[in-house]
Structure formats: C-alpha cells, structure tokens
Design a protein around this ligand. Structure first.
Ligand code: PGA
Length: 250
C-alpha cells in the first residue's frame, strides 16, 4: 500500500514567540513540497501563532502532549478540545514525557482514544532505552508499548507511530538504517496482530533520533520507514527543508 511519507518537526520546549515566527518564515515554501505530509509541533504557547501562520496551507500542526478529558479541574493541563482549536495532530508518549512525566502505556491508550474522539491525528512514540537495548529487549518493549496503547479497539483514524530509540534522541548517535528498519518492521507486525494486516499496511511508521539532512535518505530507503520525527534539526529551517525534500523524493 502506498503510504504518503511524513516530515514531522518536534520543536520541544524551545524558542520565544518571536523565534517561532522566524522559524515559520524560514520554512517558507515547505507547504509546496509535493508528496510529503509536513507536521510542525511547537510548544503550547506558540501554537496559536504557528496555527495562524500556516492556516490555509497543507501544513499540519501538532501539540506535544494533551490530557484525556475535555475539560475540568486539571491545573496545568491542556485538553483535546482546547488543543483542537490550534492543532490538527498530536504527539503522544514521547520518551521525554514517559521519562520525566511518568506517562505510561495505559495513560497513552486513553490519550489515543481522546485524540480520535476530538479529530486529532496521533503520532504515538515508542522506543527502547539504552539498557533495554543492551539486554536485547527492544522487540519486547515495542510489543508492549504498541500493544497496550492500541488495546483491543480499532485503530485511531490516521494512526502514525514513531519509533524513537531513547539512546538516539538528541545524542547525534542515530540508529543504523538496518536497526531502525528491523524495529519499524516489528512495530508493523505488532500492529498487524492487533489491527489486521490491511490496516497495519496503512499505518505510517516514522523513525526519530538524531535524524539530519545527511542521514535521512538512508532511512527512507527502508521499506517500513515512512518518514521522520525530527527534534534538533527541525529548529534549523534549512536543515528541516532539506530533510523534508529528501523525504518527499524517497
Ligand atoms: P532529535 O530528537 O532529532 O533531536 O534526536 C528527536 C525527537 O525527540 O523527536
């Protein structure tokens, strides 16, 4: 099945509003690159201006997290209803949220359902830690993370899964294309067990972890890798444009 590839930029907790606006200006033309879905994920305070900036284009805007409930006494949280006013996608379960904010697989199962209920396309992040990798637990960890998050329900509409080995994030030490392909193929097989192979064939699976303009083409040459979730390099407009062009050309 032909899957449209994705170039997703995770800006994390970086930049002022002025810097976010400058980054958007620096990305001018990205909306015209054919054959790729572009997703930008600024922090909550930048979302309204980034949403307005790309309004009327094909560029998608993602939150970096959200709560499950539509409203209520959850100080400091952002609800899916609120997020859907300024975003159409959402990143869920990034390893930094799992590591620093105790997000677990059960919570992510609920967040996936909440995203679907509010029309937000989810990017579910999974990936093993360095210790898990050394203990050869990568596939077991991915099976658990994907299996529990998907539960026994049908797939959320447009489901995207990002394979992001924790040891590769922000380290400059990307997985090899073979390692990434093996993990992404495993994720697709877990999705097939849960959702059936027809649905799993349509799930887009991204690689993330020290992606840059120099290594993206080798990842895109792999059959089960449908794009990238990019952190550091997405803050440099020329780099993210080059990555997006390489993804589109794959
Ligand atoms: P990185 O981050 O590209 O800086 O390694 C990826 C991510 O955390 O999504």
């Amino acid at each position: 099945m032909a899957r449209i590839p994705i170039a997703a930029g995770n800006w994390k907790m970086n930049g002022t509003n002025a810097e976010a606006r400058a980054l958007c200006r620096g990305l001018a033309g990205i909306e015209a690159i054919a054959g790729v879905d572009v997703v930008l994920s600024p922090s909550f305070t930048q979302l309204p201006l980034v949403w307005d900036f790309w309004c009327g284009t094909e560029v998608h805007i993602a939150g970096q997290n959200m709560h499950t409930q539509p409203s209520g006494a959850y100080t400091g949280e952002v609800s899916p209803v609120q997020l859907a006013e300024v975003a159409d996608w959402v990143i869920l379960g990034h390893s930094e949220r799992r590591q620093f904010f105790c997000e677990d697989d059960q919570a992510l199962a609920l967040k996936l359902r909440a995203a679907e209920a509010h029309g937000l396309t989810p990017i579910l992040c999974v990936g093993e830690s360095e210790a898990e990798r050394e203990n050869r637990r990568t596939n077991a960890v991915l099976s658990r993370q994907v299996g529990v998050a998907l539960g026994d329900d049908p797939a959320p509409a447009g489901l995207v899964i990002a394979y992001e080995p924790v040891w590769a994030i922000g380290t400059g030490q990307a997985a090899t294309p073979d390692e990434a392909e093996s993990a992404c193929a495993h994720i697709r097989s877990v999705a097939a067990d849960k959702l059936g192979s027809d649905v799993a064939d349509g799930v887009r699976i991204l690689y993330g972890g020290s992606v840059n303009a120099g290594n993206i083409a080798d990842f895109m040459a792999q059959p089960d890798i449908d794009g990238a979730l990019v952190g550091g390099a997405s803050l440099k407009p020329d780099d993210f444009l080059a990555i997006t062009r390489a993804i589109a050309a794959s």
